[in-house]
Design a binder for this molecule. Structure first.
Ligand code: ZN
Length: 294
């Protein structure tokens, strides 16, 4: 809880944050989500593993201190950490990227990210353009990150993942999509980025000199609305009650996460976040803004 209290005290804008930091470091038994896609994160932070004909893809590393939990989860599923060939990231905040340096070191995997996320990953998340600049402790820096262009792809063996820029929560935020199959039935998997608009005291999404802040987030909402989407995963699983559906995962029952409306519902959440944030900023003119709300 301490981490959350610190964030709450330093944030001047409220935001609906679906996050319980006590759960961020709690072990979660790993499980198959669908086909070759697995959950290997903690109770409060997602890490997604995809097995291919040529090794493993891991998306997100969660916190630095969670690395042993994640590696234990990967092994519990019968995989080898050494077989992780590629590590991707949703966004370069410590709760999703903090463990990547150690995971890349242990596995020898190549780390790949959007250009803006790559810069942040190489600076331990210490990015002056980040809405949460100054609010989060830096994490271990990565020395080499391969840039994936917006709209680009990452292929490992038989599996191709598609990169979708999802700026807003961070400038370099990224969603990843791919197809996973079970008994010949292939579904559109979407690991969409966080959509909360939490920030430090000075960052303004409505800054007229930074029009890309609002425009970028609107593009993210539009992207979420049009993605082929059968199973949605997000960095903070509680944002969509992802783990709440786990007990319904039963043999011969419909997959509990199969919901072709999930991405549109998530886009609706993002739209509501945007409207609330714009109203809040309008109610707090820049001149009166310094020091507001402690
Ligand atoms: Zn974040």
């Amino acid at each position: 809880m301490k981490a959350w209290v610190a964030i709450a005290l330093t944030a001047s804008f409220t935001a609906t944050v679906h996050a319980d930091p006590a759960a961020w470091t709690q072990a979660q038994k790993p499980f198959r989500i669908y086909g070759n896609t697995y959950y290997v994160g903690t109770m409060g932070l997602s890490a997604i593993l995809i097995s291919t004909s040529d090794g493993l893809v891991l998306i997100d590393g969660t916190l630095p201190q969670n690395v042993p939990l994640i590696e234990t989860n990967i092994r519990a599923l019968g995989f080898r950490v050494e077989d992780i060939k590629v590590i991707l990231n949703t966004h370069p905040h410590g709760d999703h990227a903090g463990g990547i340096a150690a995971l890349a070191g242990d596995s020898g995997a190549k780390v790949m990210a959007s250009a803006k996320a790559a810069w942040a990953l190489e600076h331990g998340g210490d990015n002056p353009n980040d809405p949460q600049y100054g609010m989060n402790a830096p994490y271990p820096k990565l020395t080499k990150v391969t840039v994936v262009q917006d709209g680009g792809t990452v292929t490992l063996g038989s599996q191709t993942l598609y990169m979708h820029a999802m700026p807003g929560h961070t400038p370099g935020g990224t969603g990843w999509t791919w197809r996973s199959c079970e008994q010949g039935r292939c579904l559109n998997m979407v690991y969409a980025d966080s959509i909360s608009l939490l920030s430090n005291k000075t960052y303004r999404y409505t800054d007229p000199t930074q029009p890309e802040r609002l425009a970028g987030y609107r593009t993210t909402i539009a992207t979420l609305r049009q993605l082929p989407c059968d199973i949605l995963m997000v960095p903070h699983p509680d944002a969509i009650d992802f783990l709440g559906k786990l007990p319904q995962l039963q043999p011969d029952k419909p997959n509990p996460w199969l919901d072709t409306n999930a991405c549109r519902a998530y886009a609706d959440q993002a739209q509501a976040n945007l409207e609330r944030r714009v109203k809040e900023e309008a109610a707090k003119p820049v001149a009166n803004h310094k020091g507001a709300n402690g």
